[in-house]
Design a protein around this ligand. Structure first.
Ligand code: PRP
Ligand code: URA
Length: 217
């Protein structure tokens, strides 16, 4: 994992060859929805593995059949928050790694003309423990608008920025800048930062429309 070329110390590009391999196949326009979903699941497992490398833990003792051993447990609970729809493609991989996490869906779509995010489904408690580990997942971070809104949703309910991690597959350079400008206390993990957005707000080279490719629409 590297953040040496990134614009911000809280931005991590996870460039392990396994993740790069899955990213390559996911980008390929000939990968049909079944392959797209299955490789997104794999890539998500490794991305979350990287994102958990600095998660807060506490030690605890357990008894093995032979003796006492020192182990660890996580200090705080986990919420995995997929942004609908494309974020759903990352859920299966992540809950395989974190089966005890709560899943809280965030419904946002981008207005195609303005590219502004529109919220259509958020059902969360009014207050959430500030230390909860919130992992917001969405394969695409383009203009950054959806990511900024999703982080706002959790901050408004009391979660500390330092407990929030945004996990995406591909981020655009401008999207990373916008997200970190709006929320410089969160961490961002992605497999690559692509340089451009086209006139329709799509990431270039990107992978096209993640929701459509995942669900065959
Ligand atoms: C896509 C993607 C992100 C958003 C990123 O969702 O999954 O949520 O666009 O764009 P932004 O960074 O410019 O906000 P989309 O709005 O297409 O909704 P969908 O997944 O339901 O198709
Ligand atoms: N949403 C997508 O699905 N793809 C992009 O390139 C940008 C936003």
């Amino acid at each position: 994992m590297s953040n040496t070329n990134s614009p911000n110390k809280n931005v991590f590009v996870c460039n392990n060859p396994l993740i790069r391999f899955f990213l390559t196949e996911i980008r390929n326009k000939n990968s049909e929805p079944l392959k797209f979903r299955s490789y997104m699941k794999e890539a998500s497992k490794y991305l979350v593995y990287e994102a958990l490398s600095n998660i807060e833990i506490k030690t605890k003792e357990i008894e093995t059949p032979v003796a006492i051993a020192e182990g660890i447990e996580f200090k705080n609970k986990f919420i995995v928050a997929p942004i609908l729809r494309a974020g759903l493609s990352m859920v299966d991989g992540i809950i395989e790694v974190l089966p005890f996490a709560q899943i809280r869906h965030i419904g946002l779509y981008r207005n195609e003309e303005t590219l502004q995010p529109v919220e259509y489904y958020v059902k969360l408690p009014d207050a959430i423990d500030e230390n909860t580990n919130v992992l917001i997942i969405d394969p695409m971070l383009a203009t950054g608008g959806s990511a900024i809104s999703a982080v706002d949703v959790f901050k408004k309910r009391g979660v500390k920025g330092s407990s929030i991690k945004f996990i995406s597959l591909i981020a655009s350079k401008i999207g990373v800048e916008k997200l970190m400008e709006a929320h410089n206390d969160i961490e961002l993990y992605c497999a690559n930062i692509d340089s451009e957005l086209n006139e329709k707000g799509y990431i270039v080279p990107g992978l096209g429309d993640a929701g459509d490719r995942c669900f065959g629409t």
